[in-house]
Design a protein around this ligand. Structure first.
Ligand code: CA
Ligand code: CA
Length: 587
């Protein structure tokens, strides 16, 4: 009897799959390059390799969105309800989405039925700094590829969820993990690593997407050797940034951080992978005089060789954990009839930067938050003009040598903007930046590197700046630096933005709402409460002539863990774990 019911379940599943037209995902490089304009699928993180998070779909628009309603919701189940920061992918009627604790689900886009689930078997000793989150998969050929909390890349059969290949990217016992969605560039899967709070050495690595064979490795701390694999042989590929110790004292470059924890974007025009790097380790900046390259920077990397083409450092000699990982989004604009090949990024440090994406030259920069205390501004090259009084003091200068002077710095280390990706609308020419207004008391303490242990040398308490809001969704003009409109939210914003040709901008809130705004005015046009806080990134696609919007719901991430007084203020928010999918009623 048991055997019979088992085989019945399998054949029923096969029948269900063929009935709903579910077929094997066969994603090509062309599919990924064209992702933004092909509205029937979402096959890249960022709705296109440039990460603009803009869709040309307009059936759901400022006039019709009021009628939008959920058509299905799917629960991730289990007890593993922590932060859900994933961006779903959609291909041929199947949604591929990750969940907390390195889980992957394939779901029928029409019904919300589960097709398969994969649970990574994680060791006890994983060391994620900032919740057990995951930000999504990459799709290539018939594979679903994602990174795990124990720093592995896993490729699953898109049809069955069975493991096709698995690679260890780094040793989790040293503090490495992977939470970002990998990216696919010309048949290569490119990933970064997390672990900047444990004194790891950041790196970007490329693997053959079909086989998992390593192709190149590029460390992101000055002085470390890069490698390229030719015919299976490991060959030295140049020291990152020249010889060790130029911008680091002593041996500190050996545990220098600069984690590439948010992955990157790809610009086909310049054939560049743009990947950001986190804080230099440890946080206590008095231990490491110098610029500490390539920490808190944006890097342009050649996807074919792993060479660093240029770098732009947003916070040299960072002393506030202003990780420079935020997405660098390519866009073109006209200046006096000339097309400028630009890219923009909004940094944890509170400044937004517009760069020339062909060479990394600084074009302009401006604050995108109301208050910045650690710097007085940016110089003509985009380098911060420090307010030295706002650098937390040297513990060696204190009486007992145990605690340096504390400062109240703004923004807090969780940033004017954290991981949550902004969107760029090709219609309005504006960036929609999810930001937060908060400050912190921060001080330095002595510390020493120990493999696999926290390596901060700092203490801190995050504090709100106002009673009525922390989160601010801002429409920013990259040509003028002006804020065009804003929406203020009580809780910190922690989810990604979606812009559409329907003149709409969507974002989720920790209070649970998926909200839609008029892209030109900021007027709230839609809201629906998903039952738990949203810290994921919404997507949109078209199926059988109808436009769909999906977003993952499930409160968590870094804020409840690290948010100090802010975390106390929002401790009533409930956890969850589900996908919600919306559309307009037929006719
Ligand atoms: Ca597409
Ligand atoms: Ca950090």
């Amino acid at each position: 009897m048991k055997k019979f019911s088992g085989s019945f379940a399998v054949s029923a599943l096969v029948a269900a799959m063929s009935l709903s037209g579910v077929s094997q995902a066969n994603v090509t490089d062309k599919d990924i390059l064209q992702d933004q304009s092909t509205v029937e699928d979402v096959v890249s993180n960022g709705l296109g390799p440039r990460g603009q998070r803009y869709s040309p779909l307009d059936k759901i628009n400022t006039n019709t969105v009021k009628d939008m309603r959920p058509v299905w919701s799917f629960s991730f189940g289990g007890e593993k309800q922590r932060g859900q920061e994933s961006q779903p992918m959609v291909k041929d009627g199947v949604m591929y989405v990750t969940a907390s604790y390195s889980r992957v689900f394939a779901v029928d886009t029409k019904t919300g039925d589960e097709l398969w689930q994969y649970d990574a078997r994680l060791p006890d000793g994983i060391m994620p700094c900032c919740d057990v989150i995951n930000r999504g998969v990459a799709l290539y050929d018939d594979l679903v590829i994602f990174g795990t909390l124990d720093a592995k890349l896993v490729a699953l059969d898109a049809k069955t969820g069975k493991v096709k290949w698995k690679k260890t990217v780094a040793d989790y016992k040293e503090g490495y993990s992977i939470t970002a969605a990998p990216m696919i560039v010309n048949g290569k899967v490119i990933t970064g690593v997390s672990g900047g709070e444990f004194g790891i050495v950041g790196k970007a690595e490329a693997y053959d997407a079909k086989t998992g064979k390593i192709l190149w490795s590029r460390p992101t701390v000055e002085g470390h050797m890069g490698y390229i694999w030719k015919d299976g042989k490991k060959v030295e590929n140049g020291i990152s940034g020249g010889k060790p110790g130029q911008t680091w004292p002593g041996d500190l470059w050996k545990s220098g951080g600069a984690a590439t924890w948010l992955g990157g974007t790809y610009d086909p025009d310049t054939n560049s992978v743009f990947i950001g790097t986190g804080n230099p380790a440890p946080w206590n900046s008095h231990m490491r005089p110098g610029d500490n390259l390539f920490s808190s920077s944006r890097l342009a990397i050649d996807p074919d060789t792993g060479k660093i083409k240029w770098h732009f450092q947003t916070t040299p000699h960072d002393g506030w954990d202003y990780d420079g990982v935020n997405e660098l989004i390519s866009f073109d604009y006209k200046d006096g009839g000339k097309t400028v090949k630009a890219a923009a990024t909004a940094d944890r440090n509170g400044f937004m930067y517009v760069l020339n994406r062909t060479n990394g030259d600084f074009i302009r920069g401006f604050p995108f938050v109301d208050e910045i205390t650690w710097a007085k501004g940016l110089d003509k090259n985009g380098r911060p003009i420090y307010n030295e009084e706002m650098r937390p003091g040297n513990p060696s200068a204190s009486e007992d040598g145990k605690k340096g002077s504390s400062v109240h710095a703004v923004p807090a280390f969780l940033g004017g903007k954290n991981w949550m990706p902004m969107a760029f609308s090709q219609d309005t020419g504006l960036f929609y930046v999810p930001s937060n207004e908060w400050g912190m008391d921060i001080w330095n303490e002595p510390t020493a590197y120990k493999k696999g242990a926290a390596y901060l040398g700092a203490g801190f308490t995050i504090k709100p700046l106002t009673d009525d809001h922390i989160g601010v969704l801002r429409a920013m003009d990259p040509k003028t630096g002006k804020e065009v409109w804003r929406y203020q939210n009580f809780s910190p914003l922690w989810g990604g933005v979606l812009a559409t040709a329907g003149n709409l901008v969507f974002i989720g809130t920790p209070e649970g709402y998926l909200k839609g705004f008029d892209a030109k005015t900021g007027e709230v046009k839609y809201q629906f409460n998903t039952g738990s806080g949203i810290v994921g990134s919404p997507i949109t696609w078209e199926q059988d002539g109808e436009q769909f919007i999906s977003v993952v719901s499930g409160w968590g991430g870094a804020v409840p863990l690290w948010g100090g007084e802010v975390a106390k203020r929002i401790k009533h928010l409930n956890q969850g774990g589900s996908i919600w999918t919306f559309k307009l009623p037929k006719s």
